[in-house]
Write a protein that binds this ligand. Structure first.
Ligand code: NAD
Length: 315
């Protein structure tokens, strides 16, 4: 396997990708950010353009990519339901064709490759919390399936390239992550609540607000990705990355209201199809193998995120 310094980050102009590019540059790496700007924004990486070790490349991963690199972080894929349901066929293509193209590139170069998979591969789970050996309960024909099944198929492809071509793969399953540079209108719960609170609009809770989620702050998550890429070749995952502390949607809304000093009211709307009631990562494997666990609490993470959206909405 190659041991050089250059890294490709697909989806590098998105929320997680832009933080990952930043972190890799500060680690002294040479970074090529590959993105078609479907949900990502040039603004997310604009401050990196003056760095001579950074390159921004507009490209759609459903088409083959030819360049030289030592490692690939494959993050390209819209992550929020509003965005991935806008063009579901393209979402599946991005996951599946994107994985095939990036795995093909890694195979040609003998480069190490990491897949940003998702807790959605567990679907609406019957076991809590979800360990990596749980196979999931996914609806193959629902409105979320383009994302869930696309990501499941990408995992299959990663493991087949590993078995068939002895490729060095790493698969991480990311649970809800939040922080600065989330898309302000992507419908994800943390950004929704903060933007609604800052604008003084009603905060909309889907369902009764008792459904729980666990939220990982972006810096913690990025640290987990980098650690995973650095593990020995025989550790391939899949490994859960997320924050196991659970909060109900109602509790989250109350915290956001307090931190934004907002006078917004909480209102309730019907739950969308296939929305899981609970989702909590089991992270013993990450603790053991990556020596990783989340460090940033919800309060501190929310403060940074509120400050970001405050700046964004006022510029
Ligand atoms: N944020 C989370 O909570 C979370 C949770 C689970 C998994 N993930 C995974 O992490 C990755 C990054 O998520 P994010 O939250 O940063 O989402 P995001 O939408 O901000 O970033 C995705 C990036 O991929 C780019 N992209 C989409 N289709 C592309 C294509 N065909 N070719 C090239 N680029 C393309 C987008 O323009 C965007 O910059 C995704 O693969 C997502 O599935 C994220």
């Amino acid at each position: 396997m190659r041991e050089g310094n250059s890294v490709v980050v697909t989806g590098g102009a998105g929320f997680l990708g832009s933080h990952l590019c930043e972190r890799l540059l500060s680690d002294g790496r040479e970074v090529v950010c590959v993105d078609n700007f479907f949900t990502g924004m040039r603004r997310n990486v604009e401050h990196l353009l003056t760095n001579r070790r950074f390159e921004l490349y507009r490209h759609d991963v459903t088409f083959p990519l030819y360049l030289e690199t030592d490692q690939i972080f494959n993050l390209a894929c819209p992550a929020s339901p509003i965005h991935y349901q806008r063009d579901p066929v393209q979402t599946t293509k991005t996951s599946v064709h994107g994985a095939i193209n990036m795995l093909g590139l890694a195979k040609r170069l003998r480069a190490r490759i990491l897949q940003a998979s998702t807790s959605e591969v567990y679907g609406d789970p019957e076991v809590h919390p979800q360990t990596e050996d749980y196979w999931g309960r996914v609806n193959p024909i629902g409105i979320r399936s383009c994302y869930d099944e696309g990501k499941r198929c990408a995992e299959t492809l990663f493991f087949d390239y590993y078995r068939q071509h002895r490729l060095e793969i790493k698969v991480v399953r990311i649970f809800n992550t939040y922080g600065p540079r989330m898309h302000p209108s992507d419908g994800r719960v943390v950004s929704n609540f903060i933007v609604e609170a800052l604008r003084g609009e009603d905060i909309t809770i889907y369902g009764d607000g008792q459904q729980t989620r666990s939220f990982c702050y972006v810096d913690d998550l990025i640290d987990g990705l980098v650690r995973m890429m650095g593990t020995p070749a025989d550790f391939i995952g899949p490994v859960n990355l997320g924050n196991p502390t659970e909060f109900s949607m109602l509790e989250l809304a109350e915290r956001v209201l307090r931190l934004t000093a907002s006078k917004s009211k909480v209102v309730f709307a019907p739950l969308p199809g296939d929305d899981p009631r609970r989702r909590q990562p089991e992270i013993s494997l990450a603790r053991d193998q990556l020596k990783w666990e989340p460090r940033v609490g919800l309060e501190d993470g929310l403060k940074e995120t509120v400050a970001y959206f405050h700046r964004l909405l006022n510029t």
